[in-house]
Design a protein around this ligand. Structure first.
Ligand code: NAD
Length: 329
């Protein structure tokens, strides 16, 4: 049975699953695989070195799928501030109609996309930010719980409460994001009023994901205790895989008197993290991972993954129905 929600209708996709923006991972091959499997694949704009390269990535994705896909632009502190407006313009001019925005002060970007008739999914980690984004005209919110990979904000609100609060407060459709990698989490998200789910870490560990096989195997072997937060003291918290480099960063942050970004810049740079994915050494640099690593035990194709999730959600909901019926007897 298909899972039909406001998200599947709005985006014209079969399964209400969005592959969230992931630095160095959201490239055409994976994006097209997710879209071809019935979800929404999303190109991570900043993974491309410049707006011209993003144009090429969009063209390449179109050559691999005729299904809808989106582009993610994340606004966070960066060692080399990106040309956000240039990336946005390139994607709009290439005819992209769906955007995922995330990060700080997204107003200008959201207004630009909306003035060009695009659908905007905005990721946020508090209800207050979600309401501000609604005022800016976003179509869908991606409600990102503390479990998530990357930047969970500074408020530390877990998905269970955050999504229930979203159900109380929000009038626009919202996705559950953070900690979702299996059918139970997917079905629970629907129960919490979500119109679908956003998954990142789960898609890192698929056949079509562009990262080194050793890193996929590392995810399979790891547990929910294998991530840590860095940048807490800099108010730019990021959940990353627990390894030599992230533990070293935390040690420096905890020094008496604290740390300045310059003290850890070389350890945390994205260019170094990129080599983890290319060379397969999980201890070489910082790489994002959510606590959903503890739920991931295989490396399926995107098609297998989405089919398994669809069937699994049906089973979980069927089992719940049986529980309710039995308890009424
Ligand atoms: P980068 O090499 O510029 O920085 C590495 C990390 O340090 C990032 O997490 C960044 O937020 C953080 N950082 C940079 N300057 C900082 C400062 N002055 N204070 C505190 N923290 C600081 O990052 P990158 O890997 O080349 O990525 C480029 C951009 O994309 C960054 O803004 C990053 O946060 C963002 N990003 C996006 C996604 C996504 O899913 N779209 C995922 C990860 C990172």
């Amino acid at each position: 049975m298909p899972i039909v929600t406001p998200l599947t209708k709005l985006l014209n996709i079969r399964v209400p699953v969005v592959q969230g923006g992931m630095q160095w991972v959201g490239v055409p091959k994976l994006v097209a695989a997710v879209s071809n499997a019935g979800g929404l694949g999303v190109i991570t704009a900043l993974t491309q070195p410049n707006p011209a390269a993003l144009r090429n990535a969009i063209k390449e994705t179109r050559s691999l799928t005729s299904k809808p896909f989106g582009v993610n632009i994340t606004l966070l502190p960066s060692i080399n501030p990106p040309d956000y407006a240039g990336y946005a313009r390139a994607a709009v001019e290439e005819g992209v109609k769906i955007f995922e925005t995330a990060g700080n002060s997204p107003g200008e970007l959201i207004r630009y996309f909306k003035s060009n008739g695009c659908i905007v999914i905005h990721k946020c980690t508090t209800i207050r930010h979600a309401k501000s984004a609604v005022k800016l005209g976003v179509d869908v919110l991606s409600i990102d719980g503390f479990e998530c990979a990357g930047h969970p904000g500074e408020e530390d609100i877990g998905g269970l409460v955050l999504l229930a609060r979203a159900a109380q407060e929000l009038k626009v459709p919202y996705l559950a994001s953070g900690g979702i990698a299996d059918a139970r989490g997917f079905a629970a998200s629907l129960a919490l009023g979500a119109a679908g789910v956003n998954m990142g870490t789960r898609f890192m560990c698929t056949v079509e994901s562009p990262i080194h096989e050793n890193i996929k195997q590392t995810i399979v072997k790891s547990s929910e205790q294998d991530t840590v937060h860095i940048f807490r003291t800099l108010h730019n918290t990021a959940r990353v895989f627990k390894n030599k480099v992230s533990l070293e960063v935390i040690k420096i942050e905890r020094r008496p008197g604290g740390a300045k970004f310059e003290d850890i810049r070389d350890l945390v740079s994205g260019q170094r993290g990129k080599l983890v994915y290319e060379n397969g050494d999980p201890d070489y640099g910082i790489w994002s991972a959510g606590i959903a690593v503890g739920l991931i035990n295989d490396i399926p194709t995107c098609e297998e993954l989405l089919r398994t999730l669809e069937k699994g959600v049906e089973d979980v909901i069927g089992n719940l129905n049986a529980v309710v019926v039995k308890s009424k007897l």
